[in-house]
Design a protein. Structure first.
Length: 368
């Protein structure tokens, strides 16, 4: 795979500052020649590989004759990088698809995290980054949330690239069992600051569910059409009722947070939306890590529905019933993933397992 020329001037070995790693059709990183900077960059992007210090230290030894090159003039100009700055940058290459983005970690001369820049090269990623910039501006306005989230430093549209630059949070990788108290404290604060009572039919999540399904319907299989329409119909029972909705991160997983002396620090807000169910992020936290490994078993659904893992959030009358919140979460995420893959679920282990959970909800929990 060749990176867009707007990002990377490839095969110009006389000016080489970076290597594509791994070489071949699916590189994940643009690594600087500076080996100390490589180690720091990979520690940042792959925090759960910290125990594998040998692999990170010897990454170039596993890749003979790497593809080489340097950052394009457009990227240097857009990010305001000198040649010396470029030599201390690591770029993570997003998963190929409509939402692929490129993320640049910049270090200072002491190899300390300086900034993160996210780069969009198409309309879909432009929209995501514009959304993240708006959410960060809102989060930065409140002092209590600002210390737990990145500071938006710059947003820029230049050379057909949309870029947002943010501050970097530095902390320990999060482990759910060990750090669950900090996770709940952050969500309580987020919900306190963003919560509002509104009729379900007027909520943002209602609109997004129906709009996305309308765009997707003609691309979906009959099975998925029937599944989506059944649950959208079930959710109409909530239309005229008021419930409390909050800002949801919508990718609230261990890899998008770290633990600092001030508590949980949460980043990557590009998918965040206001007026979502309060349990949405907790469902994602507990389910997505199992789903991506293909280990989401039926018994876990039962434990969720009986209040395990989310008991701190099942309280007063403004809450949506837990099974409806779970339906909204599963359906919303499935439709989002399906839209990114032109309505197809082949090979998508997350969508397949979430679809099975929706079917089990219908069969076993009897949402009538």
């Amino acid at each position: 795979m060749r990176l867009p020329p707007l990002l990377f001037k490839q095969d110009c070995c006389c000016q080489t500052t970076h290597y594509l790693y791994p070489k071949g059709s699916s590189p994940r990183f643009l690594l600087p020649k500076n080996k100390a900077a490589v180690q720091v960059g990979l520690h940042f992007f792959l925090p759960y590989l910290r125990r594998n210090k040998f692999w990170i230290k010897n990454v170039f030894n596993f890749c003979r004759k790497p593809q080489c090159g340097t950052f394009s003039e457009e990227i240097r100009d857009t990010l305001t990088l000198t040649t010396a700055d470029v030599e201390l940058c690591t770029m993570a290459i997003g998963i190929p698809g409509p939402y692929q983005k490129y993320t640049v970690l910049q270090l200072d001369r002491q190899l300390i995290y300086l900034t993160i820049s996210k780069i969009g090269t198409n309309e879909a990623t432009y929209k995501l980054l514009i959304n993240e910039a708006a959410k960060l501006q809102w989060l930065n306005e409140g002092k209590r949330l600002a210390e737990h989230t990145p500071t938006l430093l710059k947003k820029k549209n230049k050379h057909d690239l949309y870029v947002i630059k943010e501050s970097v949070g530095e902390g320990l990788p999060v482990l759910i069992k060990r750090d669950y108290g900090n996770i709940c404290d952050f969500l309580h604060l987020l919900h306190l600051e963003s919560g509002k009572q509104i009729c379900f039919a007027r909520s943002n999540v209602f609109r997004l569910l129906h709009d996305r399904y309308a765009r997707l319907k003609s691309l979906l299989t009959i099975e998925w059409q029937q599944r989506a329409e059944y649950y959208l119909q079930q959710l109409t029972r909530l239309d005229s009722h008021k419930f409390r909705f909050v800002l949801a991160h919508r990718d609230f997983a261990e890899w998008n947070m770290c633990l600092t002396p001030k508590g949980l620090y949460v980043f990557d807000w590009e998918y965040a939306q206001f007026e979502y169910p309060p349990l949405y992020d907790l469902f994602h936290l507990h389910l997505i890590t199992k789903a991506v490994r293909g280990k989401l078993h039926n018994k876990y659904l039962y434990s969720i529905l009986h209040g395990r893992h989310v008991s701190n959030y099942i309280d007063s009358g403004y809450e949506l019933p837990i099974h409806y919140q779970l339906v909204i979460y599963l359906l919303d995420l499935c439709l989002f993933y399906l839209e990114s893959n032109n309505g197809k679920d082949e090979g998508d282990i997350v969508v397949q397992q979430y679809a099975a959970m929706l079917d089990l909800l219908n069969k076993e929990m009897r949402i009538n």
